[in-house]
Design a protein around this ligand. Structure first.
Ligand code: 173
Length: 317
């Protein structure tokens, strides 16, 4: 009996160590972006607390896996986790781009059934576990180097991702898709006259040097999320899943931070000399309405199956 107890005592730490699972995580946003800084802080805390249970190994950004390949890598299990936005993995399933159209905080999405629906679609069509939305309260804007006086982009070349394609095309723009990592060069070479991006983040890669105007109002709500490969997730123990979920939800619960960040970035843009072109009153409202109309038309066209239900769940009543 004594000897058995001793053997068990000796083996226990080994067994615990053997249970530690290390998951690879990548970012679809550039290495030097603020989103990644925040992600890395989160990973460090998680790893400190998760010793003996689960560890995250941050592989890197688009240099490790190109922006528009990250979704496929998660879906197939090349990496177990990622920080991305849905617009970057429409090549896995087109509904991924619909999260930009949510009109209520993610906390409310977790109450009204929207999150259940998101998790179902992400699992069925992406082989993904949708863990947490870690960016909200960040409207997208159109940034320009040529002035406009009405919502008409005819003759302008605009850098896009799927987020902006339907809307900017509807406004008459010629659109060109690039990953965030290629925006500076496109502006520098004059390949584009402007770009879409949220209110925050243009300083991360010095785009302010190549930006003259921001168009207000903003539209939609930028989304960045933590996603995981579903097979890898199922292989984790309940304790590991609970731990990761708790940490992901903890980050999600701190999204109010982005409201402050949005204000700071707005001021920073003004100080950097970026002029605001405001579409006033009815014209501004029409611009935003058109954004949602064009956005939903695009989603429903590629997903008659889920688009209408998503629209119902994501739209403010
Ligand atoms: O690259 C983009 O403009 C884009 O689609 C996006 C989405 C969410 C946050 C930041 C950028």
């Amino acid at each position: 009996m004594k000897r058995l107890a001793l053997a068990a005592a000796l083996l226990a730490p080994l067994a615990a160590a053997a249970q530690t699972t290390t998951l690879k995580i990548v970012s679809a946003f550039p290495e030097n972006s603020f989103y990644v800084t925040r992600l890395q802080t989160w990973i460090e805390n998680l790893n400190a607390e998760g010793k003996g249970l689960v560890q995250l190994n941050f592989i890197g950004g688009p240099k490790a896996i190109p922006t528009f390949e990250v979704g496929k890598a998660v879906s197939t299990g090349v990496v177990e986790m990622a920080m991305s936005t849905g617009a970057f993995y429409t090549n896995v399933f087109p509904e991924s781009d619909a999260l930009k159209l949510t009109q209520m905080p993610v906390a409310e999405q977790r109450r009204n059934g929207a999150m259940d629906y998101i998790q179902k679609v992400w699992a069925e069509k992406g082989n993904m576990v949708y863990l947490a939305r870690i960016l909200e309260y960040q409207p997208f804007h159109l940034y320009l180097n040529k002035p406009i006086d009405k919502p008409d982009l005819k003759g302008l070349k605009i850098r896009i991702t799927p987020v902006y394609r339907d809307f900017f095309s509807a406004l008459g723009a010629t659109v060109m898709q690039t990953a965030p990592g290629e925006v500076y060069t496109a502006l520098e070479r004059g390949v584009v006259d402007g770009y879409g991006w949220p209110i925050g983040g243009i300083f991360d890669n010095n785009w302010q040097e190549r930006t003259k105007f921001r168009v207000d109002p903003g539209f939609y709500d930028a989304e960045v999320s933590l996603i995981a490969n579903q097979d890898a997730w199922k292989k984790l123990s309940p304790a590991q899943r609970e731990f990761l979920t708790r940490h992901a939800l903890s980050l999600e619960s701190r999204n109010d931070y982005w409201k402050v960040y949005g204000q700071q970035e707005t001021e920073r843009q003004a100080k950097a000399g970026i002029k605001v072109i405001t579409l006033e009153g009815a014209q501004g409202k029409q611009y935003v309405d058109q954004a949602y109309e064009a956005g939903w038309a695009g989603i429903i066209k590629v997903s008659p199956q889920h688009g209408p239900k998503m629209r119902q769940l994501f739209t403010k009543k």
